[in-house]
Design a binder for this molecule. Structure first.
Ligand code: FAD
Length: 500
């Protein structure tokens, strides 16, 4: 354990991870820390990552960003959820929407238990008809949550789609204003303390040696410090999530500006569609064992809504996570820490969550292995449970292609197996500890993937048949009416966010 007072922080990498870290730590610690960020324009950034989950709003608020300005600066749009198209079978779709199922809280028994009863009796529409964000998303409407008592309009949970390059540039302005020193240059060597194995400095191509007490590795997939230097090791999860490549291409915008991400199942993977103001981000995530790069590029280009604005760009990845996120005096954040395909838009959230934990565990008086172990345990838990949620989407499918058949029969983590079995037999699902995804998320995806519980909660029976029918139908009708009050998504942005 070191007892030195930590003031000098060196961040390697200026992608989304590097600038989010620099912006947050400089805001929160002020002049207590001297933060230096090194990035290389020649190497560049991964250049994708445009869809988020609602927690990002907390991050932006912590930085004091004005949400309308943020939308303007990043060409952003609002996001109410993710539509999964063809994941159960071709032609079927469902939405994993943010927020509650059923509008107002009904008390002890979640609304979806009443829905299960009605659905099994053939008396209810798809679950999405009873989720406010889903109803609004399919009408292409958006309005920020308003405090109207007892109205679904008071419970709109939103996230964003944005241009990640513009976001990094926007955060850079804030970070530099808070004293972060940026250095353009390539790290070509890393100096270690011969006794402790701690990182002492990074050497730049200019010849300069940049020292630090704490190093944050935000160098992307290469993991320059955490892996190439410290040889931390990696848990490879391709047995659970076999996709290993992506092809990304932007295309011209088309109306309407939809307030949701779309993930469409394809022969050997899936395609994302992320609508921004100035373009649509698209990409195909696929398994190279089942489809070639050329076939993937052709498939992607054949399924764009607008004219392609560039050549498809190939990316390779190994799904998994580092064996330690924090090793000695180095913490990996962003792609350097691990990667899961963007099926549930989790990567930027993991950056945010790692920053939050770094703040909670900040080693101002030196390094304690007990604290390092606890940090690693908490980040690992979040990664593993989020991985299970992604695996669920692949597992329960009824598609014919060999890739999808393989996904149906693959070994799955025991914790996921237990969650599915519990839900299937009783309709019960619980968020454990620090799991990222809450009950409404699990319920929507399980039901969307055709896992319909055999039973509902017994307390549902305290309402008579007619009363249950009236209640469930009433919620559906209320959500439809409330959504119609909202403006069209593009119109809302034009009126509310377009100018200062
Ligand atoms: P990078 O963007 O790769 O940045 C690395 C930085 O390190 C760069 O500045 C580079 O110049 C610098 N660097 C590297 N080596 C050196 C060196 N030797 N010297 C100096 N500097 C160096 N996330 C989401 O939340 N939502 C999504 O929808 C989403 N979609 C994705 C789709 C795909 C196909 C992929 C691959 C990722 C997606 N992500 C998504 C993840 C998201 O892109 C990343 O989490 C995010 O961009 C953070 O990247 P990063 O900053 O860690 O790495």
């Amino acid at each position: 354990m070191s007892t030195g007072f930590i003031r000098k922080l060196t961040i390697v990498g200026g992608g989304t991870a590097g600038w989010m870290t620099a912006a947050a730590l400089s805001k929160l610690f002020g002049t207590q820390l001297h933060i230096r960020l090194i990035e290389s324009e020649e190497i560049g950034t991964v250049g994708v990552g445009e869809a988020t989950i609602p927690q990002i709003r907390l991050f932006n608020a912590t930085l004091g960003l004005d949400e309308n300005e943020f939308i303007r600066e990043t060409q952003g749009s609002f996001k109410l959820g993710i539509e999964f198209n063809g994941w159960l079978r071709e032609g079927q779709a469902y939405m994993h929407a943010f927020g509650a199922i059923g509008g107002r809280d009904l008390g002890l028994v979640p609304f979806y238990h009443y829905w299960i009863k009605q659905h099994r009796a053939g008396r209810a529409g798809p679950l999405g008809d009873y989720v406010f964000n889903s109803v609004a998303a399919y009408q292409n409407r958006f309005l920020r949550s308003a405090s109207i008592p007892n109205s679904p309009l008071s419970n709109v949970q939103h996230a964003f789609h944005f241009d990640a390059g513009l976001y990094a540039r926007y955060l850079r302005r804030h970070a530099e204003a808070n004293g972060v020193q940026r250095t353009e240059g390539k790290v070509v060597d890393v100096g270690l303390d011969p006794e402790s194995g701690y990182i002492r400095h990074v050497q730049l191509d200019s010849g300069e040696q940049v020292e630090g007490e704490l190093f944050i590795d935000c160098s992307g997939f290469r993991g320059l410090l955490i892996e190439q230097t410290l040889k931390t090791g990696y848990h490879d999860w391709r047995q659970y999530l076999p996709c290993d490549r992506a092809m990304a291409v932007p295309c011209a915008s088309v109306a309407p500006l939809t307030p949701y991400t779309r993930a469409t199942a394809r022969t050997a993977g899936w395609q994302w569609r992320i609508p921004l103001q100035h373009r649509i981000g698209n990409g195909l995530v696929y398994c190279s064992e089942f489809i070639s790069d050329d076939e993937a590029a052709a498939l992607l280009l054949a399924n764009l809504d607008g004219k392609a604005l560039a050549e498809p760009r190939p990316l390779r990845f190994v799904t998994g996570m580092r064996k330690q996120f924090w090793n000695r005096n180095c913490i990996a954040i962003g792609l350097a820490s691990g990667f899961m395909e963007p099926l549930e838009s989790t990567s930027i959230h993991f950056i945010q969550s790692s920053i939050g934990k770094l703040v909670a565990f900040f080693p101002q008086h030196g390094f304690s292995q007990t604290e390092i172990d606890e940090y690693n345990r908490q980040v690992q838990f979040e990664f593993i449970r989020s991985r299970d949620f992604l695996v669920l989407h692949y597992l329960a499918n009824q598609r014919e292609e060999p890739f999808w058949q393989r996904c149906r029969t693959m070994q799955i983590p025991e914790t996921l197996q237990q969650k599915i079995e519990l839900f299937r037999c009783s309709g019960r699902v619980f968020k454990e500890h620090e799991e990222l995804f809450t009950e409404p998320s699990w319920v929507q995806v399980m039901i969307g993937q055709g896992i319909i519980p055999e039973r509902h909660h017994p307390m549902v029976e305290t309402l008579g048949e007619e009363e249950t029918r009236r209640m469930v139908d009433g919620v559906g009708a209320l959500l439809q009416r409330a959504a119609q009050v909202m403006p069209e998504h593009a119109e809302y942005i034009a009126k509310t966010c377009a100018s200062a």
